[in-house]
Design a protein around this ligand. Structure first.
Ligand code: PAF
Length: 266
């Protein structure tokens, strides 16, 4: 496995064709390992990017305290058979400073996560677009855990005619339902217990076909502050009367903001 951090070395590394990319901000866990495993099973070459993208953090968000665990991340990458890791610095990614031109996510970028985190999806799509240009993959793997992000990356690939197949990979959960997230490591034991309400509320919403049941779950755990709980169609439009749907939620557990989602059949 090679590890490069500058553009010239990335260009020189030229991987044999049918390249899959897995983009991360590091702090790798089993969810990331699952993305890498799927990429490894389906592509000739697997490229992993590790970059904590400042553009997608708001002024009062956790950019500074976001976990940086490079050595452990490289161990995971090695164990999962990654061929090449691209781990650029901020200066390599943004040599002119923060870019003035950013990808506009459109109306879907202003709801749910975009409403609570203004500019978040501009930052995500801008860095994903840049990493697509720099790594030139055939396929890219993203977790369904960040469902709105996955939906918007698919839309960007379609609307910008990017010759990249975007694949979604199901969320990996702990046995008790908690979705794996790099931010789970912020949770104290009691907070981790309280955080289980997110999955309970999604399951209740999916089973009942309405958010009322899910809201009742949140009401029973008042220390968790609900941001949103919605039921939509799979493209994040209005929920259908019948057919496939998606339940999505975000909530604060102490100082940690968590998101999760679940497929439903109405
Ligand atoms: O999902 C993430 O870890 C990030 O949003 C991504 C896609 C790597 C862009 O920084």
């Amino acid at each position: 496995m090679r590890v490069v951090s500058d553009r010239a070395s990335l260009r020189d590394a030229s991987l044999p064709g049918d390249v899959a990319v897995v983009m991360t901000m590091g702090a790798l866990h089993e969810g990331h390992a699952t993305l890498i495993r799927q990429a490894r099973a389906e592509a000739r070459s697997v490229l992993l990017t590790i970059f904590v993208n400042p553009l997608q953090f708001g002024p009062n968000e956790d950019f500074d305290r976001y976990p940086r665990t490079m050595e452990a991340d490289l161990e995971v990458a090695r164990a999962e058979g990654v061929d090449l890791v691209f781990a650029p610095t901020r200066e390599v990614m943004y040599p002119q400073g923060e870019p003035a031109v950013r990808v506009d996510p459109g109306p879907l970028g202003n709801v749910l996560e975009g409403a609570s985190r203004p500019g978040f999806f501009h930052g995500v799509l801008t860095v994903v677009n840049k990493l697509f240009q720099l790594t030139r993959p055939d396929r890219a793997y993203f977790g369904e855990k960040d469902y709105q992000q996955l939906t918007l990356i698919r839309a960007m690939a379609r609307d910008f005619d990017l010759p990249i197949e975007v694949r979604g990979v199901p969320t990996v959960r702990e046995a008790d339902g908690l979705a794996l997230s790099s931010r789970n490591r912020y949770l104290a034991p009691a907070e981790r217990e309280a955080a289980l309400v997110l999955h309970r509320a999604l399951a209740a919403t999916a089973a009942a076909g309405s958010v009322e049941a899910g809201l009742a779950e949140f009401a029973a755990v008042p220390e968790v502050k609900l941001d949103y709980l919605v039921l939509t169609d799979p493209m994040l439009g209005p929920a259908p009367a019948h057919g496939p749907a998606r339940a999505l939620t975000a909530a604060w557990v102490g100082g940690t903001r968590l998101i999760d989602n679940l497929g439903a059949e109405l």
